[in-house]
Each structure stands twice: as C-alpha cells, then as structure tokens.
Design a protein around this ligand. Structure first.
Ligand code: ADP
Ligand code: MG
Length: 236
C-alpha cells in the first residue's frame, strides 16, 4: 500500500507538485491522469525515491521513501517516462547486471528474464547494443528491468509510450496479473482512454494539484464542473 501525504516539490520558484495526497490499496491500479506539465513525472520520481519532496511524505508499505530509499527500491519497480539505460550494454548484459546488483538468484533471474522476454517478444534483440534499439524495444527492456526483482509496488510513468498495440495489450495483461497478486500500481498517463481501461481509480492532476479523484464513472459524472471539464478537454 502507498500513502502520499501533502507532497510538494519546488524547482526554484516553480511549483511542480502542489500539495498532493492520495492512497493506493493493495491490488489496486491508481491512475495519475493529467495533461503535459501537470506534475505527473515529478510525483512519480518522488514515489520511486529518486527525487526528494520539498515537503510532505510518501510511505510504501509503511516505509518513508525519502528516508529509506534503498529499502524502498527493493520493493518498488519504477519505469521512467523515457528509458534510462546503458546504451553500450546489450539487454542480456543489462538483465544480468540488474540481477547481480539486486541479488537475484541466477536460476530465478533466468526464469524471469525468459518469461518477460518471451511475453514482449524481444528475443532477437538480446545481443544487440541497447543504443541501437528502437524506442519501443528500449521501453520493453526498461519495463523488464523494473520487473526482474518481483516488486510489490510498480510506478509506471507513461509506460504505454512507444509500445505497439500487441505489446500494450501484453503490458495490460501483466498489470492485471500483478493486481490480482495484490500488488499496488501507480500508472501515470495523459491519455484519458488509457486511464479508463487500465485504472481502478484515477486522480486528475492539473497544475500540480489533484483536482478530482474517483472511478472513471464518478469522474465522468463530475466532469461538468468547470475546471474538470477544461482538463478533460485538454486530454481528449
Ligand atoms: P508531467 O509529467 O505531468 O508532464 P512534470 O512533472 O514533468 O509534468 O513537470 C511539472 C512541471 O515542473 C513542468 O512545468 C516542468 O517544466 C517542471 N519541471 C519538471 N522537472 C523540472 C526540473 N528538473 N527543473 C525545473 N522544472 C521542472
Ligand atoms: Mg511526464
């Protein structure tokens, strides 16, 4: 379970995240839905422990993320908006490297790599330099590296970006599997229809604030409220 309490992030005078609070239960996919520049990626980085909040806190399974980033990284899988990968490694080398720094037993690592490589159909790219792969293939490699240690919590920042329809369907099936295993997922997107099919509950984020929260049905009922309507217009 994830608890986000009154999170604020300032970059100089710029307020990127402005007092955000939300909870994600076990077995729930929570969507952070908002237009570009609304503060999604900044929030996701704070959730993943790679950026410290200016004020407020995030608890993952009761652990304060900013105070225990190493502990939290053991149970969190984070997929950044743009893949951050070692371009001069091959996917095989990267998976082994991630396995060794995360202390994943060899047989377990091999089993998980094989499973996800097959699921995403990237067998033919395993021995090519990551820097030479397409954005979509790099995105799949990034997803796999985030899943190898069997995280309890997934932080996915626009994770469908660059995926072909088949891979997007596979990712969606994987997310449903994780959810059924009781894992918590935060899924950011600027695409309303994606949030609609994937998320159990959605927080609509705009100018660093969550301006509405609920199931897609609840949000659609509220959508006549002026501010929410503006945001939905930007999203569709
Ligand atoms: P989103 O992911 O919803 O598009 P971001 O969290 O990336 O939004 O950005 C929110 C706001 O914070 C934007 O105005 C962006 O320009 C600003 N911002 C994000 N990162 C930085 C940074 N490192 N330094 C200064 N401003 C930033
Ligand atoms: Mg973003």
């Amino acid at each position: 379970m994830i608890e986000v309490e009154n999170l604020t992030k300032k970059f100089g005078d710029k307020i990127a995240v402005d007092g955000i609070s939300f909870h994600v239960h076990d077995g729930e996919i929570y969507g952070l839905l908002g237009p570009n520049g609304s503060g999604k990626s900044t929030t996701m980085k704070i959730l993943a422990g790679i950026l410290k909040p200016t004020t407020g806190k995030v608890l993952v399974e009761g652990i304060n993320v900013a105070k225990n980033p190493i502990e939290v990284k053991k149970i969190v899988g984070y997929v950044p908006e743009t893949p951050i990968l070692y371009e001069s490694l091959t996917p095989s080398e990267l998976f082994n490297f991630v396995g060794s720094i995360r202390g994943i037993p060899k047989d377990k690592l091999e089993e998980r790599v094989n499973y996800f490589v097959k699921a995403f159909g990237i067998e033919e790219y395993l021995e090519q330099f990551i820097g030479t792969l397409s954005f979509g293939t790099q995105q799949k490699v990034s997803l796999i590296t985030a899943l190898l240690h069997d995280p309890k919590v997934l932080i996915l920042d626009e994770a469908m970006n660059g995926l072909d329809p088949k891979s997007a369907r596979i990712l969606r099936e994987l997310l449903l599997e994780f959810k059924n295993e009781g894992k918590s997922i935060v899924f950011s997107t600027h695409i309303l229809s994606l949030a609609e099919v994937i998320c159990d509950r959605i927080g609509v984020i705009y100018q660093g604030k969550i301006i509405a929260e609920g199931t897609i049905e609840e949000l659609k009922e509220k959508a006549h409220e002026e501010s929410l309507e503006d945001v939905f217009l930007k999203l569709t």
